[in-house]
Design a protein around this ligand. Structure first.
Ligand SMILES: *Cc1c(COP(=O)(O)O)cnc(C)c1O
Length: 352
């Protein structure tokens, strides 16, 4: 028998701090822990974990695509998509502040060998004509542009939503130019819930989509990459190549199933709390809330250095991240309730 007490594993799993650093800090729910204990398992690299297969079916159906593959991270999902859609030397279009460009450690160059052409935007939303202007035709001199990659919601822009109508316009451009279209939909369910539209309003226009189970949806690990059956066949090849083949990963997929079945609609609560926090903080001296949060991410510009705020807030048990020298990011999620929001407002009101 393992001595749980000796390991220091107490009963109380509730963290003391109000952790607003990211929605990735969410703890798996009790239903997820139960699902992990119950899930039938197999060896997924050998293709016989029934729980992984069930998650992949559920995810593909949800986004209206033929097939899906469970991957360890959103980064791996995006990078597999890029590698499958483009060839080394091709150009791909991404927004200037995209996760793919900022936070995936140069993987498009290192793994797929593609050239990134970045596109300006208005708070994360690219005008269709800007995309056209940045696309290159393949010639004796220039790389062909093979792929458009769009992030929705947009993290660095503060959880902003690119409307589904834009996706229809992007699709037309991709069709005209024979470009593929990938959605970095790490938080696409936040967009869908906030806009009050089914997720297929966006995914019906793209060739592939990655979404995270491990953010607002509370699963401990994992993302899903969805697309056509031939695309997912290739994606499985790339997942194995990158070391992402997992064995009894039904343990993790079980949490993803709980997430998709029961935790999507509640994202609206996080959006409500983000707005409540924004309303309370925008009137405080030394802080600027540029625009109301559209989803669960709140960006605050600070007169004092953001790092100073991070330290002062930490001393009051509120955890946030600096997203620039004078910018703080606060992210709402399931483990933040109304009392946590009150405590956060109180901590800011005390000033520096
Ligand atoms: C979190 C995130 C990802 C993937 O992140 P992982 O930590 O690799 O799961 C991709 N795109 C965006 C926009 C994200 O916010």
């Amino acid at each position: 028998m393992v001595d749980w007490v000796a390991l220091g594993w107490g009963e109380n799993r509730t963290p003391r701090d109000v952790d607003l650093r990211s929605d990735t800090v969410t703890q798996p729910t009790e239903a997820m822990r139960e699902a992990m204990a119950r899930a039938p398992l197999g060896d997924d690299v050998l293709g016989d974990d029934p729980t992984v297969a069930q998650l992949e079916r559920l995810a593909a159906d949800r986004v209206g695509m033929e097939d899906a593959v469970f991957v360890p991270s959103g980064t791996m999902g995006n990078q597999i998509a890029i590698a499958v859609h483009a060839r080394p030397g091709d150009a791909i279009l991404v927004e200037d502040d995209a996760h793919v460009l900022w936070y995936e450690v140069g993987a498009p160059a290192a793994l797929a060998g593609v050239v990134i052409r970045s596109v300006t935007s208005e708070r994360g939303v690219m005008a269709p004509e800007t995309i056209t202007a940045r696309a290159l035709d393949r010639s004796l001199h220039t790389p062909g542009t093979r792929l458009l990659c769009v992030e929705n919601t947009h993290n660095r822009a503060g959880g902003t939503i690119t409307p589904s109508a834009h996706f229809a316009a992007y699709r037309r451009i991709c069709d005209e130019r024979e470009m593929r279209f990938h959605l970095d939909g790490a938080r696409i369910f936040n967009a869908a819930v906030a806009a009050g539209e089914p997720v297929t309003a966006w995914t019906s226009h793209v060739d592939s989509v990655t979404f995270c189970l491990s953010k607002g949806l509370c699963a401990p690990v994992g993302s899903v990459l969805c697309g056509s059956a031939p695309f997912i066949d290739e994606a499985r090849f790339w997942r194995k190549r990158l070391g992402g083949g997992m064995r009894q990963s039904g343990l993790l997929a079980a949490c993803g199933i709980v997430a998709l079945l029961s935790l999507v609609d509640r994202l609206a609560e996080d959006h409500d709390r983000a707005r409540r926090l924004a309303d309370a903080l925008r009137v405080l001296p030394g802080l600027t809330v540029g625009s109301m949060p559209e989803t669960n991410i709140l960006m605050i510009d600070t007169d004092a250095p953001a790092a100073t705020w991070v330290d002062v807030l930490a001393s009051r048990s509120i955890r946030a991240i600096a997203f620039g020298p004078h910018r703080l990011r606060l992210v709402l999620h399931r483990d933040i309730d109304d009392t946590h929001v009150d405590r956060t407002i109180e901590a800011f009101r005390k000033g520096l």
